[in-house]
Design a binder for this molecule. Structure first.
Ligand code: IPE
Ligand code: IPE
Ligand code: MG
Length: 253
């Protein structure tokens, strides 16, 4: 069955060009890249790109809700992004609060539940407070899980898991034989969330930049040169369509 896409009024689309309702990726992860270059192209300071990027987040969350995606993970700030100038880091880490201040009511209306992955405790207090408030406020929502990767780094996440597991083995709270992939996954930030089905990276780079190395083992990748502030629901739709045309084999035939 092909899906009527209420968020696109493309009457002329061919049947093969339409999204199928049955094969919507359960979990979409996005590396939102290109804010700085977007601003640079316009002769604006980098922060203007980050600000514009926040509006894109709002649009794409709404699109994900309409398309019936279950989990949307957004790479918002990496453990490596601390290398940037202090002012830029401070600006980026104020954006979750600004985003939630403006959009929390509409997230509530859309039944969206907020979660995070990453080293939360190391974020500035004001970021933690705003995000914790939204997590608490949306905790009973049953729609889209909007998962912000905030101060997230995959190697850090994996090392943390290994250390915790090593401690449990040493203290004999776990036996080696029970340690399998499922058990290991429970020590990651993404505990309880299925692996991404589709990864999108905007901004033209074809790399992971330390994002979800374990979880992306069998994910479909889709890259675009579009910079994050110019990413639209039409492009998102294009990515979903490309996903539906992929054949996932997981090593089989
Ligand atoms: C992505 O845009 C946002 C973050 C990494 C926080 P960038 O700021 O990396 O933009 P470019 O890649 O420099 O254009
Ligand atoms: C990845 O983008 C991190 C986020 C989008 C939050 P970067 O701009 O930090 O990645 P690199 O440095 O180009 O690899
Ligand atoms: Mg970048």
């Amino acid at each position: 069955m092909s899906m009527k896409i209420p968020f696109l009024s493309k009457q002329s689309k061919e049947e093969s060009d339409s999204l199928s309702e049955e094969n919507i990726p359960n979990h979409v992860a996005i590396i939102m890249d290109g804010n700085g270059r977007w601003a640079q192209k316009r002769g604006l300071p980098r922060f203007a790109g980050h600000k514009e990027g926040v509006s894109t987040v709002n649009k794409i969350v709404k699109t994900a809700v309409r398309a019936n995606v279950k989990v949307l993970t957004l790479y918002t700030f990496s453990t490596e992004n601390w290398k940037r100038p202090k002012q830029e880091v401070e600006y980026i880490l104020k954006l979750p609060k600004e985003f939630l201040h403006v959009y929390l009511p509409s997230l509530m209306e859309n039944n969206v539940r907020i979660q995070t992955i990453g080293d939360f405790q190391a974020l500035p207090d004001h970021t933690q407070e705003a995000v914790s408030y939204a997590i608490e406020k949306t905790k009973n929502n049953t729609g889209l899980i909007l998962n912000f990767a905030l101060n997230y780094g995959s190697r850090h996440e994996i090392l943390k898991a290994v250390k915790q597991i090593a401690t449990e083995l040493k203290e004999e709270n776990m036996d080696m034989d029970s340690l399998d992939e499922d058990t290991f996954s429970k020590y990651l930030y993404t505990k309880g969330v299925s692996d991404p089905d589709l990864l999108i990276r905007t901004g033209g780079e074809c790399r992971l930049s330390n994002f979800m190395l374990w979880q992306l083992a069998y994910t479909e990748f889709w890259f675009t040169d579009k910079l994050w502030p110019e990413f639209t629901e039409d492009i998102f739709y294009e990515a979903l369509l490309a996903y539906q045309q992929r054949k996932r084999r997981y090593g089989g035939i």
